[in-house]
Design a protein around this ligand. Structure first.
Ligand SMILES: [Zn+2]
Length: 87
């Protein structure tokens, strides 16, 4: 007899339909929610890190021992980072 094993918890089912129903009932909703939460955390962290980087770059830009070329380069990098932060 064929067995269909749940990839989430390892429970076995005789019919693929039973497995599909089990996954839908027991796992799908939770998985979706966890995924969404992880995405939210990741993007918030990324935005925070980007903002932090912009702050560091701005600080570097005003440092007195930089050449005009280096300042321009830093300015360009800062602009790129600023483009990554949602408005
Ligand atoms: Zn399961």
């Amino acid at each position: 007899m064929a067995e269909y094993k749940c990839k989430y918890c390892g429970e076995k089912f005789a019919k693929p339909l039973d497995l599909a129903r089990h996954v839908r009932m027991k796992h799908k909703r939770a998985t979706k929610r966890a995924k969404k939460a992880a995405e939210a955390v990741t993007s918030t962290e990324q935005v925070n890190k980007t903002i932090e980087a912009i702050g560091i770059l701005r600080g570097l830009q005003v440092s007195p021992n930089l050449s005009a070329e280096e300042k321009k380069l830093l300015g360009d990098v800062t602009k790129t980072f600023e483009g990554l932060v949602p408005k």
